[in-house]
Design a protein around this ligand. Structure first.
Ligand code: 4AD
Ligand code: MG
Length: 430
């Protein structure tokens, strides 16, 4: 048995092959049947005609239902009309398991229904394409960072204290102690950067955010590079190179999937470094000039971010936000301490912030005073303060949100489709 993946069929033209997979769709008339098969690697049309296979096989083919699992044999034929360039002239079909009343049919379903059936919905061509692109984005990120001298370090998931503020922590218990699911591995990555120079983490993070928006997940994956002896400006250059490398990789490797999604790839092709930069001050002035009622000192909402990003054909850095609403660890601008050396990277086309990053405070006294201002207990963070006592250096880092990046590159309306089993506000099933 010459077992072949559907994705590789084009290399087997003229050969008799076996495919293991599922029936996606079927059309049959008296004399001929067309069966769309999928095996995870791709989709192919199988054709049977009564003249080739006889009435029994054709009769079996006409009973096949959606998502029935099958093992089929046939000859690979070139077919220029097919997206994959081939079709299968089927000779035999073995039913492994007959699927009855598969709920996710080709008709339109509501979002709640699809989310309740997410375990089945991921078999759909669109969902498969998204999960494939997500996996390629992950590959591109790792390959860029691994190739640029970064070492992966894994921070803990269970933590004793917060990184990004205390309002959205998931609380749990750790034997007799209080503990929290990590919001960000950053503080640990700062320790790791002092040990290994350039590091990154890649893992799930958790935020009990009561926001029901198309950009928010409760559990999302974050890539957090942290770099010793790297300034805010130098960090921005690494960020734009990383994003450009991800987009280039997806354009190179995911043409089929992008076309399944109907993604306008010309919008992606313009994503090359360098990216435009705007200060928070400039952004506020711009928004005011467009009639937004926003004052200096206020954070942006989604409509503000969308309007700012719409000015550019590639992601834009908004730099130097007011210290008042940013995290305690961000380095104040020495010339203007009311703003911090940070930047958010806003994706084009209204996808919002995909990266948040900053240079970190490296002076122990300044850091201690920030702990006091933010009401953070010295005890909990004393290890973090140690990093400023024993060979402190200027250092910077950032967090790239994987799901928002996937949503943007795939051109999706909502982050719920960017991960196999999304955790959303009030949705923990399946
Ligand atoms: O801007 P954030 O909160 O930054 C940090 O956590 C820093 N400690 C990162 C660092 O400097 N090491 O989050 C970083 C990114 C955001 O830009 C966004 O893309 C994503 O994480 N993100 C979310 N994605 C989906 N759902 C949510 N609820 C998200 N919250 C943040
Ligand atoms: Mg942020």
């Amino acid at each position: 048995m010459n077992r072949v993946w559907i994705a590789d069929l084009a290399h087997h033209i003229g050969q008799r092959v076996t495919v293991h997979g599922w029936v996606h769709q079927k059309r049959s008339s008296g004399k001929i049947a067309f069966i769309q098969l999928r095996d995870g690697s791709g989709f192919v049309q199988g054709v049977l005609s009564v003249d080739d296979v006889g009435p029994d096989v054709l009769a079996l083919a006409s009973t096949l239902t959606q998502e029935t699992s099958v093992i089929v044999q046939g000859v690979v034929r070139k077919d220029d009309r097919a997206k994959t360039g081939v079709e299968l002239a089927l000779e035999s079909i073995e039913v492994v398991h007959a699927s009855q009343d598969y709920p996710v049919t080709p008709k339109e379903h509501g979002v709640d229904f699809l989310m309740d059936h997410r375990h089945l919905w991921i078999r759909a061509p669109r969902q498969r394409a998204i999960l494939k692109i997500r996996a390629e984005i992950i590959k591109a990120i790792r390959s860029f960072l691994d190739g640029d001298g970064f070492t992966q370090v894994d921070p803990p998931i269970l933590t004793p204290s917060s990184c990004e503020g205390t309002t959205n922590l998931f609380q749990t218990t750790y034997f007799d102690e209080e503990a929290f699911l990590t919001q960000s591995g950053q503080l640990y990555m700062e320790a790791a950067a002092m040990a290994l120079g350039r590091v990154y983490s890649f893992g799930p993070t958790f935020r009990a955010e009561k926001s029901k928006t198309r950009r928010h997940l409760i559990e999302f994956w974050m890539i957090e590079p942290e770099m010793a002896f790297v300034t805010h400006e130098e960090s921005l250059v690494i960020q734009e190179q990383l994003i450009a490398a991800i987009v280039a990789h997806v354009l190179d490797h995911c043409a089929t999937e992008l076309s399944v999604l109907g993604r306008d790839t010309t919008r992606l092709a313009s994503v090359v470094a360098p990216f435009p930069r705007m200060t928070y001050d400039e952004a506020i002035a711009f928004l005011q000039s467009r009639g937004h009622e926003i004052a200096w000192g206020e954070d942006f909402g989604a409509p503000h971010e969308t309007e700012l990003a719409a000015e550019f054909d590639r992601p834009v850095f908004i730099e130097r936000y007011p210290a008042s609403f940013k995290a305690f660890y961000m380095l104040p601008d020495p010339a203007r301490p009311e703003v911090v050396m940070c930047a958010d990277l806003l994706a084009p086309e209204g996808y919002g912030e995909i990266i948040g990053g900053s240079q970190r405070i490296d002076d122990p006294e300044l850091l201690e005073s920030r702990f006091r201002e933010h009401d953070l207990s010295m005890d909990a963070y004393s290890w973090y303060l140690d990093l400023r006592k024993f060979g402190s250096v200027p250092h910077s880092g950032f967090g790239l949100g994987l799901e928002r990046t996937v949503a943007w590159i795939c051109g999706l309306d909502h982050v719920r489709e960017t991960i196999a089993f999304p955790r959303l506000l009030y949705r923990l099933y399946p």
